[in-house]
Design a protein around this ligand. Structure first.
Ligand code: ZN
Length: 568
């Protein structure tokens, strides 16, 4: 063994001992030295005695001496690595430390999905980056679409993501303020009440002509405004911003600011019937909430002009509006227009169906919040909308769940497998190859199940290893395989397969979510269900446990008899 390796072991041992009251252990060194020199994995049998010897030596040295040797001979081990800038977000313009205020303003009109996650994470990370504040605000001024259930679901989703906010509020709680601003607008002539029908309004917008309402005097506008609260029916009158009917930006052609909606509001019931639309509410709210940097997706870019104009005319403080690209996965649309019919027609089981891009579905599928955060922050701050491959999220997720996922045996399409000369009654198996997650005892009686996939390729005379058990030679193939033990030596070239004890195998179903839409068409084969058997230890795991089924992939326990496939 060369001196460089011995030196490395001594350094690692000293560092570990100095961090643990002067005592180190073999196992603390082994994984670190393999990380340092991966090729040692092959020669671990030769390395272990050397590690033992060095560990014993180091443990006899008093702690202060360990520290001084570490400092003089291994200074490189004591250098603290700079923390990686985990956000990857570019600095904000006009951002002052301690004064940045962002907001996450979802409309409570559906279940939160990956797009909400991106917005909330960006809002929160920027608030954190500048020691500022995040406001969580429900933009709830369209009672037709909003339900209490959605307020709750969005809050649950945000909490699950671990997004911390400093304040939570509802736009609908500021209706009196919004009315006051609307009156100001009408009084000053920057807005008027239009009683034209929908078709006329659209036609005029296309043809860039004003309707006669826009020439009405102040008294007409005030009278009509007051009537919006009583006399007019929905769609009979709207408040319009006096923009520019000739503007290239269609959003500026006298857009709607307020309209009548008679649906009861989930919180305020019948208290209000005149409701601001998105543009009017969001501008006023951002301004009064003290928001400094307001993020929204690129699809709103054309409405920035209106946002600033509204605040300008009202002489209100203007936040800076910034855009980011919408996040959507290929074949996994987030649009309610697409998802709602799938739920209603029973093509998916609900908004938590593991094929969907909702946060609830991601959670059931075994995607963890930290993976979503790392993924979102890795996307860089592009403005162009791109479809992200789900595999990228999976690879972040895999790294996070691997160290805590128990390893279990599971076989799909099970085939009987008998070992005629079995000589064991039970075996202890490590729950994780590296981490200390304990062991489990599996009872053995020589009768097993193996995967149909593995069984198919077995022929009489083949030698295979039943993982953790012994090597066997196949003496009978087909639907009832029989085998005989050969020996227990390590044979690199023979297939090594997992098994499940027949006597107490647990029946489970594996739900495998596939891409939901192919070429914009619902994929009828988007959910595969496989029958499987696993070890009885499965029953002891909590619902929600992440499992790596050996030679299969990661799954999350969804119920006593069902797992959902997470990824390879
Ligand atoms: Zn009109």
């Amino acid at each position: 063994m060369d001196d460089e390796i011995k030196r490395a072991i001594r350094g690692i041992a000293l560092l570990n001992a100095s961090e643990h009251d002067g005592k180190t252990r073999n196992d603390a060194i082994i994984s670190k030295i393999i990380g340092f020199k991966p090729e040692l994995r092959e020669k671990i049998k030769e390395v272990i005695p050397i590690i033992s010897q060095i560990v014993d030596e180091v443990n006899t040295i008093p702690l202060p001496t360990q520290k001084s040797e570490l400092e003089s001979n291994f200074p490189e081990l004591l250098v603290v690595k700079p923390k990686q800038d985990r956000t990857g977000l570019p600095p904000l313009e006009d951002a002052e430390q301690g004064r940045v205020v962002t907001r996450f303003p979802p409309e409570p009109n559906g279940y939160p999905h990956i797009g909400h996650a991106k917005a909330a994470i960006i809002d929160e990370e920027y608030a954190k980056m500048y020691g500022g504040k995040l406001i969580f605000r429900f933009d709830d001024t369209n009672p037709e679409n909003e339900r209490l259930e959605y307020y709750a679901a969005i809050k649950v989703g945000l909490d699950w993501l671990g997004v911390k906010y400093d304040q939570v509020k509802n736009t609908s709680d500021d209706m009196e303020l919004i009315y006051k601003k609307a009156e100001e607008f009408i009084q000053s002539g920057y807005a008027y009440v239009c009683t034209c029908n929908k078709e006329t309004i659209s036609k005029n917008r296309r043809e860039m002509v004003s309707c006669k309402c826009s020439f009405g005097d102040l008294s007409q506008n005030i009278k009509r405004w007051n009537s919006m609260f009583e006399k007019y029916k929905p769609r009979e009158a709207i408040v319009r911003f006096r923009g520019d009917m000739h503007s290239e930006n269609t959003a500026m052609r006298d857009p709607t600011l307020l309209r009548i909606i008679d649906e009861p509001h989930p919180i305020h019931k019948d208290r209000y019937r005149v409701w601001p639309n998105y543009d009017f509410a969001v501008a006023i709210e951002d301004s009064v909430d003290g928001v400094t940097h307001a993020f929204r997706t690129k699809e709103y870019e054309l409405r920035n002009e209106l946002y600033y104009e509204i605040l300008d005319k009202l002489k209100m403080r203007k936040p800076r509006v910034l855009e980011f690209a919408r996040l959507e996965f290929d074949g996994m649309p987030v649009s309610k227009r697409v998802l709602k019919p799938l739920v209603q027609e029973g093509k998916v089981s609900g908004y938590d169906d593991p094929r969907l891009p909702t946060l609830e579905a991601m959670r059931r599928r075994g995607i963890v919040p930290e993976a979503i955060r790392r993924f979102v922050l890795s996307l860089s701050f592009t403005k162009s909308d791109t479809l992200a491959p789900f595999e990228t999220l999976e690879s972040f997720n895999r790294k996070i769940i691997d160290p805590t996922s128990i390893r279990l045996f599971m076989v799909t399409d099970p085939v009987k497998f008998a070992v005629k000369n079995n000589n064991m009654t039970e075996i202890e198996i490590q729950n994780h190859p590296q981490k200390d997650m304990g062991k489990r005892t599996v009872k053995i009686d020589g009768f097993f199940y193996v995967s149909g996939h593995d069984a198919k390729s077995l022929k009489v005379g083949d030698e295979i290893r039943l993982l953790e058990l012994y090597n066997v030679k196949i003496v009978k193939s087909g639907p009832d395989i029989e085998a005989e033990i050969t020996d227990n030596s390590f044979k690199p070239k023979i297939p090594k397969i997992q098994w499940v004890p027949a006597q107490n195998a647990v029946k489970i179903e594996v739900l495998i979510p596939k891409v939901l839409f192919v070429n914009e068409q619902f994929n009828e084969n988007s959910l595969e269900i496989k029958q499987a058997l696993t070890e009885p230890h499965y029953l002891e795991l909590n619902v929600g446990a992440e499992i790596q089924f050996v030679r299969y992939g990661y799954c999350r326990k969804d119920s006593a008899n069902q797992v959902i496939y997470t990824h390879k």
